[in-house]
Every structure is written in structure tokens, then in C-alpha cells.
Design a protein around this ligand. Structure first.
Ligand code: PGA
Length: 247
């Protein structure tokens, strides 16, 4: 499985960042799962450039621009130069800060152009009784992928992250049976958008209140290929416990 640690802005001290990386490297030697650390951008190069371990690194976002007079932007090219091999794109916290579907597509294109593997986050705000969340998720995937060439679409990892679960405790996370429904649905949408049989190989991750106590049930019930983990990934003990639950 692919386990992405999304540190968000939780980790503000470089000392803490270094110690989390050291713990993840140790963990990676004891697990068959692939660990990816999405660190804050200013720490990325120092943590990732000399990395020779199985742990990989991700940018938490990339710019929708490609350089030049763009104060404050971190471009896909910079992320690669700093040692990232993945990039989270379209996280709901970035969408809340203004990323539209069009911006998300631009970011995907820039990431792909630099050979960063994009992790495209999608997810509904509310799980309404009428089932409108299904149409919402379909629209988010379609809007992001439609403008891309067929070959590019098949390189994208999907992270299904319902907004109502993000940042919550495990008991408020998605029910494993509901996640089964969602992953099947997402795979159906991908089958319509991806060329040939490539959707069968597409990776679908889950994120939103994944903790050591619920990760195993989610992994066993639903056909997910991994997890995007926020708050449980910034504590050494809980991240180690979470990964161990999967072995
Ligand atoms: P959480 O965050 O694990 O804290 O719910 C997940 C995410 O937003 O990627």
C-alpha cells in the first residue's frame, strides 16, 4: 500500500521534521508498504535531497504557474529540484483557499510536465441523503482529468477525502462499507475517463480521519490502495502504530 503522510502546517520546527523523517526511515525498513512524506515546502530540500532510503517525498501543493515574476510561488520544477517525486494537488484546504477545478488542472499539468506523480484530492463536503455527493465527486474527477491527454490521466493517483471526515477522530471517519461504495464508484468514473484498461491499475487512496484504530478495518473492507494521513502522521508513535496495523 501507499501511505502518504500529509504534514500540512502541523510541523513548524525543523528539529521535529528531522525526527519524523528518521522515524519513517526506520519504519520503512520494517514494512512492505511505501511511505511518502509530504513535508512543508521550506523543509523539503534539506530532508529529501540526500535521501537514500525507501521513503519518498511529496510537495503538499505546486504552483499553477511555471516561474518568473511570481512572488511566493513554489513551482513543480522547484519541488523536483528539492527532491519530491509526488505532489498533492487539489487538497480541500487549497481549494478552500481559492483553487478552482481549472487551477487544479493547471497544477496537474505542471506536475506531470516535471514527472511529479500527482495525488489528486477529491471529496464531497457533505454526505447528503439524496446521494448528490456521488455526482459531486464525479464532477470533480471529470473536471480535473478531462482537459488532460489520455496518457496523462493514467498517471494520476486519486485520493478520496470527504471534507466532513478531515481532521476528525477515527469514530467520525467514513464507515468502511460506505468507503467500499465510494471506491467502486470512483473506479467506475475512472474507467470512463482513462484509456483502455488502465483504470484497473489506477491507485485510489482514502484520506480523512485515518488513525491507528480504524486503518485496518478500512484497508480490509474497502478496495483502497493506500491512505493519505494528516494528523496521525505527525506523531511518531501514532504513525508507526498506523503503519503496523497494516502488516
Ligand atoms: P486527517 O487529514 O488525517 O487529519 O483527517 C487528512 C488530509 O487532509 O489529508
Amino acid at each position: 500500500m501507499l501511505i502518504i503522510a500529509n504534514w500540512k502546517a502541523y510541523v513548524e520546527s525543523f528539529e521535529k521534521a528531522k525526527s519524523l523523517v528518521a522515524a519513517s526511515k526506520k519504519l520503512s525498513r520494517a514494512t512492505e508498504h511505501d511511505l511518502v512524506l509530504a513535508t512543508p515546502a521550506p523543509f523539503l530540500a534539506a530532508l529529501a535531497l540526500k535521501n537514500k532510503s525507501r521513503v519518498a517525498f511529496a510537495a503538499q501543493d505546486v504552483s499553477s504557474t511555471t516561474g518568473g515574476a511570481q512572488t511566493g510561488e513554489t513551482t513543480a520544477q522547484m519541488a523536483v529540484a528539492a527532491g519530491a517525486s509526488y505532489a498533492i494537488v487539489g487538497h480541500s484546504e487549497r481549494r478552500a483557499a481559492g483553487d478552482t477545478n481549472t487551477v487544479v488542472t493547471e497544477k496537474l499539468l505542471h506536475a506531470l510536465a516535471r514527472n511529479l506523480i500527482p495525488i489528486l484530492c477529491i471529496g464531497e463536503r457533505e454526505r447528503d441523503r439524496e446521494g448528490r455527493y456521488l455526482a459531486f465527486v464525479r464532477e470533480e474527477i471529470t473536471a480535473a482529468l478531462m482537459p488532460l491527454a489520455a496518457k496523462e490521466r493514467s498517471k494520476i493517483i486519486i485520493a478520496y477525502e470527504p471534507l466532513w471526515a478531515i481532521g476528525k477522530a477515527a469514530d467520525q471517519s467514513i464507515d468502511p462499507n460506505d468507503l467500499v461504495e465510494m471506491t467502486l464508484y470512483i473506479r467506475k468514473v475512472l474507467a470512463e475517463l482513462l484509456p483502455g484498461r488502465s483504470s484497473a491499475r489506477a491507485l485510489v487512496l482514502y484520506g480523512g480521519a485515518v488513525e491507528p484504530t480504524n486503518v485496518r478495518a478500512l484497508a480490509q473492507t474497502a478496495r483502497v490502495d493506500g491512505f493519505l494521513v494528516g494528523h496521525s502522521s505527525v506523531d511518531e508513535q501514532s504513525f508507526a502504530a498506523l503503519v503496523k496495523q497494516l502488516s
